[in-house]
Design a binder for this molecule. Structure first.
Ligand code: KG4
Ligand code: ZN
Length: 341
C-alpha cells in the first residue's frame, strides 16, 4: 500500500510517502527561522508559509519516492490538534488529492501519530509492528506533554498531561529569560553539556504526586526570580552553562521519574518517547538508565522522527487502513482542539 501523507499542524511543512511500513520519502520544511525573531510560532505566518511550501515539499517527496500520483492507494493528513489555519492547508490539500484520485482519505490525530514514531525505525526495527509491546508513551514537545498507555496497536488511553506549560515550552521560555535564541531547547541541551546540573536547585513540580500530570510553569517562574536576583550571572558563560544544566536536570528528572513510575504501575514492560524534546540528550540518557534499572525496554523515536513529520502520519494511516478502522467521510473538517482520549 502506498500512501501520501501531509503534516501542517504547527511550524513544519512536511510530506511523506510510505509503503508497507517503510518510509520512501519524508521531507520536512522547518519554519523555525521565520518564527525565531518573534520568539514563538506566529499562527498566521505559519499558515502562509505552509501555503508557500506545501506543493514543493509534496512534489519533492513524491519525486524522491519515485511515486506518481495515480500510483497512490490513499492520502492522509493531520486533522488535529493544531493551529486552525495551519491545519487547513495540509488537510484540505490532501482531501482534494484524494477526491481527484478517488482514493481513501484518512484524517489523523497528530498525537496518536507520535505514539507510532518510536516504532518506525530503530533497533530492533519494527516497521511492521511485529515486535509491538504494550507501553507507556511520553509525548513531549513545545506544545504538549502527555503520558499515554498504549495497550495494543490502535488502542490507547491518556494517563495524564501538563496542567500548564509543556516541557518544551519550559525549555524555550527559561532559555528566553537567559537571552538564548528561539527555540532554546536545543541550545540549552548544548550548553548544559559543559555545565554542572547540581549548581543551582530548582523545583521538580509534581514529582511526588501519584497522578500522571505535569506542571512546568512554577519551574519557569522560579528561574525568572533566580535570574532577577542574580543578573550578573548571565555575563559569565560558565554560570550560564551551569544554569542550563540545572534547569534541564529539573525538567528531565520529572519526565523520567513520572514516565517510569507510570509504566511500573500499569504493568507494561516497555516505555516509548517522541516529540521534539525527546531529542534532548540528557532525557534520552536518563530514560535509558532508568528503564535499564527497572528492566524496561525503551524505544525512543530517532531524532529525525521526534519532531513533527509526515512519515508518522502516513505510517499510522496505513495501520488504520490495514485494520479496517472506520475512515472519516471525505467532507470531514479539521479538528484543531482534538484531544487524545
Ligand atoms: O515536536 P516539536 O518539533 O514541535 C512541537 O512543539 O509540536 O517540538 C519542538 C520543541 C521546542 O520546544 C524545542 O525547544 C524542543 O522541542 N526541543 C528540545 C530539543 N530539541 C527540540 N528541547 C530540549 N532539548 C533538545 N535537544
Ligand atoms: Zn508534534
Amino acid at each position: 500500500m502506498t500512501i501520501l501523507a501531509l503534516e501542517t499542524s504547527c511550524d513544519e511543512t512536511s510530506a511523506a510517502v510510505v509503503r508497507d511500513g517503510k518510509i520512501l520519502a519524508n521531507i520536512v520544511a522547518s519554519q523555525i527561522q521565520l518564527h525565531a525573531e518573534y520568539g514563538g510560532v506566529v499562527p498566521e505566518l505559519a499558515a502562509r508559509e505552509h501555503l508557500k511550501n506545501l506543493l514543493p515539499v509534496a512534489q519533492s517527496a513524491l519525486g524522491q519516492a519515485g511515486v506518481s500520483m495515480p500510483a497512490l492507494d490513499a492520502v492522509a493528513a493531520t486533522q488535529g490538534p493544531g493551529l486552525p489555519n495551519a491545519l487547513l492547508v495540509g488537510f484540505k490539500a490532501a482531501q482534494a488529492v484524494a477526491y481527484a484520485l478517488q482514493k481513501p482519505f484518512i484524517g489523523i490525530n497528530h498525537h496518536e501519530a507520535h505514539l507510532y514514531s518510536p516504532w518506525i525505525s530503530g533497533d530492533p526495527p519494527a516497521a511492521d509492528f511485529s515486535n509491538f509491546q504494550p507501553n507507556v508513551s511520553l509525548i513531549v514537545s513545545g506544545g504538549h506533554t502527555l503520558l499515554v498507555l498504549v495497550e495494543s496497536e490502535l488502542k490507547h488511553r491518556v494517563l495524564g498531561g501538563t496542567i500548564d506549560d509543556a516541557a518544551g515550552e519550559c525549555f524555550d521560555k527559561t532559555g528566553k529569560l537567559m537571552g538564548l535564541a528561539y527555540p532554546a531547547g536545543p541550545v540549552i541541551d548544548k550548553l548544559a553539556e559543559s555545565g554542572n546540573p547540581l549548581a543551582y536547585a530548582f523545583p521538580r513540580p509534581l514529582i511526588h504526586d501519584t497522578n500522571d500530570d505535569f506542571s512546568f510553569s512554577g519551574l519557569k517562574t522560579s528561574v525568572r526570580y533566580f535570574i532577577r536576583d542574580h543578573p550578573d550571572l548571565l555575563a559569565d558563560r560558565q554560570k550560564v552553562c551551569d544554569l542550563c544544566a540545572s534547569v534541564q536536570a529539573a525538567i528531565v528528572e520529572v519526565l523520567v521519574k513520572k514516565t517510569v513510575r507510570a509504566a511500573l504501575r500499569e504493568g507494561v514492560r516497555c516505555v516509548t518517547a517522541s516529540g521534539g524534546v525527546t531529542c534532548n540528550r540528557a532525557l534520552r540518557r536518563d530514560l535509558e538508565r532508568a528503564c535499564r534499572k527497572q528492566g524496561l525496554t525503551l524505544r525512543l523515536a530517532e531524532p529525525g522522527l521526534c519532531t513533527d513529520n509526515a512519515a508518522m502520519i502516513g505510517i499510522l494511516a496505513e495501520r488504520k487502513l490495514l485494520a479496517n478502522a472506520p475512515l472519516p467521510p471525505l467532507d470531514e473538517e479539521i479538528r484543531p482542539g482534538w484531544v487524545l482520549a
